[in-house]
Design a protein around this ligand. Structure first.
Ligand SMILES: CC(C)(COP(=O)(O)OP(=O)(O)OC[C@H]1O[C@@H](n2cnc3c(N)ncnc32)[C@H](O)[C@@H]1OP(=O)(O)O)[C@@H](O)C(=O)NCCC(=O)NCCS
Length: 175
């Protein structure tokens, strides 16, 4: 039996915007119902937009763009950000793992790295928006302790899909 290679998670580097763009566009193409943004919107963005977006993310203390890798191949993405209006909240965006790398722990590792970062900032909670349903994403978040808060709302204007905020409360000294 082949030994399983565990995914590794690290912060993206400024020069890696083509990798970030490729992951993000693949995520939007693969999982259009999982995100508020769309492939149509993001594939029209310029190279300058992508390089600036990532450069801002990697240099800001309020952002954490992470990549998961398996044998050095980019396998997944998450972007954590301190809420602009309430710095006690860290929000999670863009969570996606490539289909060929799913169920090997990359999603959990990305999520835990973002939660760990939130703890290091003394945030009180971590939150995210997820499409409602019995999906791998909802299972992952539930398994990691996130619970639904607030009403269900349309995923994006005109969409029949509902989205839900889920939140993890970070308590002092918790693992
Ligand atoms: C959600 C997603 C990121 C999970 O990534 P992943 O690397 O496959 O997840 P993991 O292997 O770390 O799984 C962690 C846990 O989540 C749950 N889970 C993940 N995928 C699941 C599935 N297909 N069925 C049931 N439970 C699942 C399980 O509890 C799992 O733990 P276990 O394997 O020990 O049982 C991935 O399925 C994905 O990219 N989906 C499409 C995009 C998306 O929905 N993004 C979320 C936007 S909010």
């Amino acid at each position: 039996m082949q030994p399983v290679t565990l995914p590794e998670v690290r912060k993206l580097e400024r020069a890696e915007w083509p990798t970030y763009r490729a992951l993000r566009l693949r995520a939007l193409a693969d999982s259009p119902d999982a995100f508020g943004s769309t492939l149509a919107i993001e594939q029209g963005l310029s190279e300058e937009h992508w390089s600036t977006r990532l450069a801002r993310g990697v240099t800001s203390e309020l952002d954490l763009p992470l990549v998961a890798e398996v044998r050095r191949e980019a396998a997944g993405l998450v972007w954590a950000r301190v809420d602009a209006a309430d710095p006690s909240i860290v929000s999670i965006y863009q969570m996606w793992v490539a289909p060929e790398f799913r169920r090997h722990g990359a999603g959990r590792m990305l999520l835990r790295a973002a939660v760990e970062w939130a703890r290091s900032l003394n945030a009180k909670s971590v939150q995210l928006g997820v499409t409602c349903g019995d999906t791998p994403a909802v299972r992952l978040y539930t398994r990691e302790g996130f619970t639904p808060v607030g009403p269900r709302e349309s995923l994006r204007p005109g969409s029949p899909l509902a989205g839900q905020t889920m939140r993890l409360h970070l308590t002092e000294g918790a693992a």
